[in-house]
Design a protein around this ligand. Sequence first.
Ligand SMILES: *Cc1c(COP(=O)(O)O)cnc(C)c1O
Length: 375
Amino acid sequence: MEVKSYQDLNISPRILLGAGPSMVAPRVLNALSTPVIGHLDPEFLALMQEVQELLRYVFQTENELTVPVSGTGSAGMEASLCNFIEPGDNVLVAVLGYFGERLVEIAGRYGAQVDRIDRPWGEVFDPDEIKTALGQKKYKLLAFVHAETSTGVLQPGIAEIAAAAHQNGTLVVLDAVTSLGGLPVEIDAWDVDVAFSGTQKSISAPPGLAPLTISPRAREVLRNRSTPVRNWYLDLSLLEKYWGHERTYHHTAPINSNYALREALRMVAEEGLEARFERHRENAEVLWAGLEDLDLSLLVPEENRSPTLTTAIVPPGVDALEIRKQLLNDYNLEIAGGFGPLAGQIWRIGLMGFSSRRENVLLLLAALREILKKR
Ligand SMILES: *Cc1c(COP(=O)(O)O)cnc(C)c1O
């Protein structure tokens, strides 16, 4: 068979202000191109330990079982559910939007009896609503999203919700995909049992790994399973042997992705968590004020907004997709559209990790001003 000749790779220098991936710092990309070594090479084993230490720092936890799972954020979600669910278990999901739906979907696939409570897209739960629902049945597990990327809300009251769950003997699973590395995620202080994230949002490494942390309480539940985990690749009882002392082969670790994650986390540590959270908040506030200046309304009231993802309402008569196309083609700027019940109605603007920079916000506002004025 003939094969045509393909062009050199030629990717445009996009400014990524969508729902992820976020931009990756040059030094992280450099780390990615470091030579491959073996997944049991002593130098790689030492690097694994550093990645774990740095992940504990960003998760603000002492949890020993804190690892980057192979795969994107959804692999973290899958691992967080499949390891703790056995067929017939009662699971409660508090759904704020699309990613809450995904929790319902995945939990169901592992045989859980899933109950859900819902808020309309754009709203958050009053923690009391979740507490009341927890009292209705004996749930093995409660799962919900911290920062819901489909709507731009930040669920408050995690510690309070977790305390109520534990009173009922329920484990708490938190989706921290867009919050980790951009907003406080205090696993130990909040007493969250299982939390997962992705490398490509506020941590700003390329997509491909899913940070995951597991409390001693959750590990106990894992140890006491009566059936094997129904997902071999994400089975933590096997993975913990590779990431723990035994260093037993399970699957080949994505070596270079771990180089990149280590470098991205080193940047988080150099900046410091407090300064990093402050930067995310400040840049989001500049964006919010600028959008309002352009007469664009924001979907979420300020007290419930996540600084990592802002949702602006598309004005009547404006074609949301057309504006996004212009931003991309004429300015190299990527923002995201709405989906589900908000399709065509909102723009989603991410300011995560290395993308959260003042100059990016100002460029987007200037571009939007030009485009909206021309119409
Ligand atoms: C992006 C995202 C996910 C899924 O992550 P992928 O990397 O796309 O697999 C899950 N939850 C939330 C809140 C997200 O924003």
